[in-house]
Write a protein that binds this ligand. Structure first.
Ligand code: PLP
Length: 421
């Protein structure tokens, strides 16, 4: 509560903004994950890896728009492409010249994606991928994993959401190889799809065990189910996403977040034979409309980012630099005797209580959620923004001194808050 009082005292403008917002938006909010007690700080703008709020306070941006902010703010290549696209008109009522080169790049990068379709969010991409799998298999049931998040309406009975899309699902346990294999075999014949993030994000950024993902690949084929990798977030962890790093190729992949270059974006793709169902010339083709599926700005911004900034070489280098950051941070925690570890991979990290990063949900300590929320508030007062639930994202503009500063702030915040968890 002291942290909250200090937070509120420094931000009168954000407080005023929140009071105004409450009169027209429920709780002043339009994105549930941005809810923050007593009120969220309002961002005036961003430059490179820095955010500034309307009270004039600046933060190193490790909130990273929940991973969509890979490029940071005002990336010259993307900004120039957007200006050019803007000058050519926005609502063109037809295919435009950005979407094919963008689709070509995505298909070239992601091993599983032979054909791709664009949409407007990661949630949509998952909804369409699931429906494609149901159509392709003639089955209904989807296997999902405890603790996973796949989008606003895709809650699969986890947490009290009256908004859940009514899918027939079965829940399995991430990284638990034998139990999951048995569950797939129990439901073989019913499963349309297995939907999985190769690193489970919402459960605290736990990377898949290679043997677990291999098993999913084999068992999905054996059961005749479509293996869908949700790479909405993990696609930034290598030029070809995590499927490229692990060398495991799913049948379908969903994408979103950073791939739009900072603009609204989603995509789903997969094997040609599965995706060709959407070919409008085919009898009984699946329809997938959407006014803004190929909107000029997302196509132009996404293309410029992927082609000119996040090249395969930059992606590989960034993964390496970020892994070094995480190892350094953990070595620092260990040196100081702080029983906290940063899990995750590359530029996506979570703090966990304990001397080892967990490999399953069962190994996570529920109090880690409290630690992350306290570290979030503490770090804010030191000039570092994480997401309200405490996820840590690194972005491309962050150079070595910046990353060292981030590690220092995180270590100070953990040292401060650990006794209160
Ligand atoms: N899938 C994963 C793994 C996500 O983390 C998210 C968003 O956080 C989504 C899907 C949904 O994406 P969007 O917020 O663009 O709908």
């Amino acid at each position: 509560s002291e942290l909250r009082a200090a937070y509120a005292a420094r931000r009168p403008e954000s407080h005023r903004h929140h009071e105004r917002a409450r009169a027209v938006m429920p709780g002043g909010n339009t994105r549930s994950v941005l809810h923050l007690s007593p009120f969220p700080f309002v961002i005036a703008g961003g430059k490179a890896d820095t955010l500034t709020d309307i009270d004039g306070i600046s933060y190193i941006d490790c909130a990273g728009e929940f991973s969509a902010g890979l490029y940071g703010h005002d990336t010259p290549e993307i900004t120039a492409a957007l200006h050019e696209a803007l000058a050519g008109g926005l609502v063109l009522s037809g295919p435009n010249r950005y979407e094919v080169p963008f689709a070509e790049l995505i298909c070239a990068r992601f091993a599983s994606v032979e054909r791709v379709r664009f949409c407007n969010s990661g949630t949509e991409a998952n909804l369409f991928a699931i429906q494609t799998a149901r159509n392709a298999t003639g089955r209904d049931r989807i296997m999902v994993f405890e603790g996973a998040y796949h989008g606003g309406v895709l809650t699969f009975g986890q947490g009290p959401s009256p908004m859940a899309a009514p899918f027939d699902w079965v829940m399995a346990r991430f990284n638990e190889i034998d139990a999951t294999r048995a569950a797939i075999r129990d439901h073989a014949g019913e499963l349309a799809a297995i939907l999985v993030e190769p690193m489970i994000g919402a459960a605290g950024n736990i990377p898949g065990r290679a043997a677990f993902l291999d098993m999913l690949r084999q068992e999905a084929s054996r059961a005749g189910a479509i293996l869908i990798f949700d790479e909405v977030k993990t696609s930034r962890l290598g030029a070809g996403g995590l499927q490229g790093e692990y060398g495991v190729t799913p049948d379908m992949t969903t994408l979103g977040k950073y791939l739009g270059g900072g603009l609204p974006f989603g995509a789903f793709g997969g094997r040609a034979e599965v995706m060709e169902r959407f070919d409008p010339a085919r009898p009984g083709a699946l329809a997938h409309a959407g006014t803004f599926n190929n909107n000029v700005m997302s196509m132009a911004g996404g293309l410029a980012g992927l082609r000119d900034v996040f090249t395969p070489a930059r992606a590989a280098q960034f993964l390496q630099e970020c892994e070094a950051f995480r190892h350094g941070l953990n070595a620092g925690f260990a040196r100081e005797g702080l029983e906290v570890r940063a899990s995750g991979m590359g530029s996506i990290l979570s703090l966990h209580l304990g001397a080892e990063s967990p490999e399953t949900l069962a190994q996570t300590d529920p109090r880690s959620v409290i630690l992350r929320r306290l570290v979030h508030l503490n770090a804010l007062e030191r000039g570092l923004a994480l997401t309200p639930r405490g996820d840590i994202y690194l972005s491309l503009p962050m150079e070595v001194p910046r990353r060292e500063r981030i590690a220092e702030i995180l270590t100070d915040a953990v040292r401060d808050e650990l006794p209160f968890v």
